[in-house]
Ligand binder design. Structure first.
Ligand code: PLP
Length: 294
């Protein structure tokens, strides 16, 4: 990925009396080294992030992403991000985007070891071409996440509902899916409930009812899933959050893995069992997701 723009935010400049934060961002050369070797984000993966889809210079669902950044910060005992400062940083970076799709990342790290404050930065890069996944669909394998569904409540230090920088496990799951001749993974809890993909939420269709696992089950509450549920409800469909047993996957009429940049990828096989892809319906979902959303 070739980064096209980056800026560093000064979290120490975030005082509530201020309304214009432009002076608290420093544009940096996105191709040059920028972080200290003492960074805890690189040493320990100790930080949080968000990936926002940008379409023709418009950052999608900025508010929902900022709220989730603040939620992740709370779970990780990081200083609360000043949302107005971040909102202005997102707008400044999105303005530099080329026409078409880009990915904008927000990163808030615990900072440099023994340093005074967190490190915060925003990057922009062209999005990969996701047409194949959106149109042809993806093959998915279920993988045990290794936690039972009570683990998030019993062991909150696992940070299961936070979008932390520690994605090595998620990336390993995708590599394992590829070894099993699939394109992506779908995590299930060790007691047999459907959770999420390593970088996506799952939506299942049963007739005219659309179901996603409850976010309290230690999964990320996806901004794309929330936005699609609003859209589906407006189209007259029923949408619900439920505990979904892995055994119910075989009763689904359709399924999608949804996320901010790839958008809605229809699932064409789960554990090698084919699933119908409704190309027109999926295209309508992706048209909606590509339209300007706030
Ligand atoms: N779940 C996980 C683990 C993710 O990493 C992501 C996105 O990266 C999602 C769900 C989907 O979230 P969103 O729709 O906000 O991109």
């Amino acid at each position: 990925m070739a980064w096209s723009y980056a800026l560093v935010i000064d979290p120490a400049a975030a005082d509530d009396a201020r309304t214009d934060f432009a002076g608290s961002f420093t544009p940096i050369d996105p191709t040059a080294p920028a972080l200290s070797v003492g960074e805890l984000s690189t040493q320990r993966g100790d930080g949080i992030f968000e990936s926002i889809g940008v379409v023709d210079g418009h950052a999608q669902e900025t508010q929902a992403h900022l709220e989730r950044l603040a939620h992740s910060a709370r779970l990780c005992d990081l200083p609360a991000p000043h949302l107005e400062q971040w909102r202005q940083a997102v707008a400044a970076v999105a303005r530099t985007a080329e026409p078409g799709e880009s990915v904008l990342k927000l990163i808030l790290s615990r900072g440099v070891e023994h340093g005074p404050s967190p490190t915060a930065w925003v990057t922009l890069a062209p999005a990969p071409d996701n047409t194949r996944a959106r149109v042809d669909g993806i093959r998915v394998v279920t993988l045990d996440r290794g936690f039972d569904s009570e683990a998030p409540a019993r062991a909150p230090w696992l940070l299961l509902g936070a979008k932390t920088l520690s994605y090595a496990v998620n990336m390993a799951a995708i590599r394992e899916a590829r070894r099993r001749e699939a394109d992506d993974a779908l995590f299930v809890s060790s007691d047999g409930f459907v959770l999420e993909g390593p970088t996506s939420s799952v939506i299942l269709r049963f007739g005219d009812r659309f179901v996603t696992p409850e976010p309290g089950a230690g999964i990320l509450h996806g901004t794309t899933q929330v936005s699609l549920f609003e859209h589906l409800a407006e189209r007259g469909f029923e949408t619900t959050y439920e505990r979904v047993a892995a055994s119910a996957l075989s009763n689904a009429d359709a399924a999608w893995l949804v996320s901010s940049v790839r958008l809605a990828a229809p699932v064409r096989a789960i554990d090698a069992r084919p699933l119908a892809v409704d190309a027109d319906f999926t295209a309508s979902l992706n048209r909606y997701l590509l339209s300007p959303r706030t």
